[in-house]
Write a protein that binds this ligand. Structure first.
Ligand code: ADP
Ligand code: MG
Length: 384
């Protein structure tokens, strides 16, 4: 983790006052892919990469951000905050402040320094960690308490409405509410959640395939349309099916002849993934890592074959991991078509696992992967 004392010192030198410091983590999704917009279940964990936010009040009516990662300052007149995005990093903290203002809070003049070690743009949600760190710091300065789930919703709106990125609630939710040594099972319908223990001898090894296929953007829309079509057809027979969350595999089989093949396969992934995610939480709760690994294997197969959102590199990364000692379970995590795999690995062999996976993957694909060894960590917190 970055050095808190160092951040305090650079903030003090730049802004002339000793700050309070807050942290909010990135995340990795263990299971539950593309289930969020079907009002289903996801099970991410917060990780031990985070963004720090140092904050002090000002007396000149301005909002000033410093991003240590970019070595850049942005300064705004509080009475004339931009209402649209600039297209750079300042959109994230500014979006959060705009959402707080939209909720009716009086925003004070402030200086905010950000410094993160979540890899940017690698699918570990550095953006959510910036938003949640900002929201935690600013509300603390304002002496306003917003509960974790509501804070997450506000940060998601900042990303959807101000930054202009169409993300679900998962990233901000687990960054705000995650807990050390636990995964978080989230019901995307009502935002109820529970924590499921991850044994302390299990490492979360995140392997970046370093590929992101350009079809990803367009295919996301196609997948959503197919999922919605399947849902609409099922709802003709069972009107209580509002989202695929409400449907069963039996529903799908019974009316399968009415649903085009692609939509049927996408729906089968969503419906079975919801069940697997609930089973994965139960497996963690009874310390059944063998079952968790099988569910992750199944989840990858479903994501690859039914949802068709994997790619040859990600499939290979999972297969190679499954041949290595110490692996509990592996699957492609995130939106698909490349990005990272999540590997649950016995801690004592995690370093060796990483070295071997990297060299096998590089030998086969010619691509040098980035592999991070993480642990489930606390959500947003004050570091005082
Ligand atoms: P991801 O969330 O997967 O890491 P995104 O593209 O959603 O990728 O968000 C990355 C963007 O978030 C960066 O380009 C930058 O604008 C902003 N960001 C992330 N970390 C920081 C940071 N430490 N300081 C300032 N901005 C950051
Ligand atoms: Mg992001």
């Amino acid at each position: 983790m970055q050095n808190v004392e160092q951040l305090k010192e650079l903030h003090r030198k730049r802004f002339g006052a000793k700050p309070l410091v807050f942290a909010a983590p990135g995340r990795v999704n263990l299971i539950g892919e593309h289930t969020d917009y079907a009002e289903g279940f996801v099970m991410p964990a917060a990780i031990d990469f985070s963004t720090l936010a140092a904050i002090t009040p000002r007396s000149d009516g301005r909002i000033v951000f410093w991003a240590e990662n970019f070595a850049e300052e942005r300064s705004f007149e509080l009475s004339a905050l931009p209402s649209s995005r600039k297209g750079d990093w300042s959109d994230y903290p500014l979006g959060v402040i705009q959402m707080l203002a939209a909720e009716g809070y009086a925003i004070p003049a402030l200086s905010l320094s950000l410094w993160g070690d979540v890899p940017l743009g690698s699918g570990l949600s550095s953006s959510a960690s910036v938003e949640v760190a900002t929201a935690t710091a600013v509300t603390s300065l304002m002496r306003v308490a917003i509960a974790g789930p509501a804070l997450a919703r506000l940060c998601q709106r900042a990303e959807n409405e101000f930054v202009g990125a169409n993300c679900g609630i998962m990233d901000q939710f687990v960054s705000a509410n995650g807990a050390a040594d636990h995964a978080l099972l989230l019901d995307c319908r009502d935002l109820s959640y529970r924590l499921a223990p991850i044994p302390s001898n299990v490492a979360l090894v995140i392997a970046n395939t370093m590929v992101k296929h350009s079809i990803a953007g367009g295919e996301y829309g196609t997948r959503r349309a197919e999922v919605e079509l399947a849902c609409k057809i099922l709802a003709r027979h069972r009107p209580e099916i509002r989202f695929l969350r409400d449907a069963t595999v039996e529903d799908l089989e019974r009316w399968s002849h009415e649903i085009p093949e692609a939509a049927r396969k996408r729906a089968r992934h969503i419906i079975t993934e919801n069940t697997r995610t609930l089973e994965a939480a139960a497996a963690l709760e009874r310390h059944d890592l063998g079952q968790l690994g099988r569910l992750m294997h199944e989840a990858h197969r479903s994501y690859s074959q039914d949802f068709e959102a994997s790619c040859s590199e990600a499939d290979r990364m999972v297969e190679l991991a499954e041949g290595l000692p110490g692996l509990i379970g592996a699957r492609l995590t995130g939106g698909g078509f490349g990005g990272c795999t999540i590997n649950l690995v016995e801690q004592e062999v995690a370093q060796e696992f990483r070295t071997r996976l990297a060299s096998l993957y590089q030998a086969e694909t010619g691509i040098r992967p980035e592999i991070y060894i993480c642990h489930a960590s606390d959500g947003a917190r004050s570091l005082a």
